[in-house]
Design a protein around this ligand. Structure first.
Ligand code: HEM
Ligand code: NAG
Ligand code: NAG
Ligand code: NAG
Length: 364
């Protein structure tokens, strides 16, 4: 009799508990932080762990930059054109680059990603989250550590099953603009969206294109989520910062700064140059466009309606960034304005002689 009451009470409690989440899923997780859905609580644990142990105390350093780069290299290997031709077209943001690393890193476009994948994998395993979710989460958290960084959405629930992506789907820095537009177009991005994706290069450096100068940044402020990348890529290139030049590289305007050939061309191409220049004149727009296109990138291969919105776990960036400027030693005369319909915006010019841009310090 008593046991029967206990059982029916237990059934009642269980059914009430089951009914509650569909009414309100707001959950309080360990540490008292709240999120819109109980399924997101695990991501606070991942957050604490990676901020401390992957990003060295919440920094926008090399690992944060590489984590952002990895979101692209996992996701963009997605080709409806291959699928239409009856071949495997890749699974998008499915974590395949972490599950099938030796295969995918044999694609030269993925050069230099071995370190960040090996650093990240143990965290994904420890917290028992899918590789695809982990890569997109770490990229969003890493870039939130940059001064003035974006607030990228994060949706959780990607399947952990994947096959190695076909090679040749990740753009190379030696590709011409038409090749790059066709490739990202196949994955669903138009020319202005390509420019929005490349906002990422404002927090980046190269290690592997010229391995004699690892940590050589793409702009003078690689920890700031500012528009300097768009200004500095338009300056007249006059020098090579390292060991000669390759088809992946264009001449740079400053010692210690690196310019990818693809960035050089996309900055000046009729199909992309006006959107490029627009990034310099409207920072709020730049942030909003990056947030928009990164969500789209993170969903490649997945149906958003089957995933859970855990965006409220992503930290809000702090820090401020300067308005766009021309670093010391060069002037407005050195700008190769390429948008025919709109004049180049007014930017300040720092006084003084050219100085060498300091490298991003590398992990030991
Ligand atoms: C046309 C497309 C792109 C090309 C050809 C390209 C190429 C490259 C290359 C060659 C590097 C240097 C890698 C190294 O030497 O270690 C690099 C770095 C980087 N890329 Fe891209 N990229 C493209 C688009 C993107 C996108 C869409 C993202 C992110 C959404 C991204 C994020 C980054 C970041 C953050 C770095 C810096 C990594 C670091 O500092 O270690 N790139 N990219
Ligand atoms: C994801 O797949 C890898 C193998 O590729 C496996 O080691 C890992 O345990 C899986 N993680 C989850 C959460 O299922
Ligand atoms: C890890 O995740 C997988 C897939 O979601 C699940 O089947 C498994 O029970 C989980 N393992 C642990 C130890 O929680
Ligand atoms: C760009 O720099 C080169 C020197 O490498 C110089 O000859 C050329 O006049 C410069 N162009 C502009 C527009 O300043």
């Amino acid at each position: 009799m008593l046991s029967r009451v206990v059982i029916s009470l237990a059934v009642l409690v269980a059914s009430v508990a089951a009914a509650v989440p569909s009414v309100s899923k707001r959950a309080t997780c360990s540490g008292g932080r709240t999120t819109a859905n109980a399924a997101c609580c695990v991501w606070f644990d991942v957050l604490d762990d990676i901020q401390e142990n992957l990003f060295h105390g919440g920094q926008c350093g090399e690992d944060a930059h590489e984590a952002l780069r990895l979101t692209f290299h996992d996701a963009i290997a997605f080709s409806p054109a291959l699928t239409a031709a009856g071949q495997f077209g890749g699974g998008g943001a499915d974590g395949s680059i972490m599950a099938h690393t030796s295969d995918e890193l044999a694609d030269p476009a993925n050069n230099g990603l071995d370190d960040i994948i090996e650093f990240q994998r143990p965290f994904a395993l420890k917290h028992n989250v899918s590789f695809g979710d982990f890569i997109q989460f770490a990229g969003a958290v890493g870039v939130s550590n940059c001064n003035g960084g974006p607030q990228i959405s994060f949706f959780a629930g990607r399947s952990n099953d994947s096959q190695a992506a076909p090679h040749g789907l990740v753009p190379l820095p030696s590709d011409d603009v038409t090749t790059i537009l066709n490739r990202v177009g196949d994955a669903g991005f138009n020319a202005v969206e390509l420019v929005w994706l490349l906002i990422s290069h404002t927090v980046g450096a190269q290690d592997s294109v010229d391995d004699s100068i690892p940590g050589t940044p793409f702009d003078s402020t690689p920890s700031d989520f500012d528009a300097q990348f768009f200004v500095e890529t338009l300056l007249n290139g006059t020098l090579t910062p390292g060991n000669g030049i390759s088809p992946d590289e264009a001449l740079s305007p400053y010692p210690g700064e690196f310019r990818l050939q693809s960035d050089f061309l996309i900055a000046r191409d009729d199909r992309t140059s006006c959107e490029w220049q627009k990034m310099i004149s409207d920072r709020a727009n730049m942030l909003a466009r990056f947030e928009q296109v990164m969500l789209k990138l993170s969903l490649l291969g997945f149906d958003q309606s089957t995933l859970t919105d855990c965006s409220d776990v992503i930290p809000t960036a702090t820090g401020t960034v300067a308005d766009p400027f021309i670093p010391a030693g060069l002037s407005t005369d050195d700008i190769q304005a390429a948008c025919s319909s709109t004049p180049f915006p007014t930017v300040s010019v720092l006084g003084g002689a050219v100085t060498t841009i300091p490298a991003v310090s590398l992990n030991s």
